[in-house]
Write a protein that binds this ligand. Structure first.
Ligand code: FES
Length: 153
């Protein structure tokens, strides 16, 4: 493990007692810190909690909130729900794919952007919807989404 990663993980772990029930909270905090859960971090957590690595890995893959690969600085999520779809969601997704040069589930080579699709954000009144990190952009058009992506560069 790189010294910097170890130091940051130690900082997180120092707030915990080392009980197995703390696993989810530690994983959440580690993901918040690193942006995803690197293998060596999961190994460090397993050791700290005296759990098999397979348990930590199993929990990390079970919950959709955890990411096991490094994602881009900006997570672009395009809604594929019905309401967004009938208002041009597919066009928006194509525009984002073209602009970033990646497909859903992929990350740009410079780790600036990752792209995902979502079944529904629960903001159907604003459809079509795109979310970048935690900001919701409603009533998207291809021109607007191009502008937003250019502005977030
Ligand atoms: S269908 Fe897109 S926000 Fe609900």
């Amino acid at each position: 493990m790189e010294p910097d990663v170890k130091q940051q993980l130690d900082n997180i772990l120092s707030q915990y007692k080392g009980e197995s029930g703390e696993l989810i909270s530690i994983l959440q905090e580690a993901q918040e810190r690193f942006g995803y859960l690197p293998r060596e971090v999961m190994q460090g957590i397993a050791k700290f909690l005296r759990l098999p690595e397979s348990t930590v890995y199993g929990v990390s893959t079970f919950y959709a909130q955890f990411r096991l690969t490094r994602s881009g600085k900006r997570m672009v999520k395009v809604c594929r729900g019905t309401s967004c779809h009938v208002r041009g969601g597919a066009r928006i997704l194509r525009e984002v794919e073209k602009h970033l040069g990646i497909k859903p589930g992929e990350t740009t080579d410079d780790f600036e952007y990752s792209l995902e699709t979502v079944a529904c954000f629960g903001s159907c009144a604003l459809s079509p919807v795109v979310v970048i990190n935690k900001t919701v952009y409603g009533r998207m058009t291809t021109a607007k989404v191009r502008q937003i992506l250019a502005d977030t560069k």
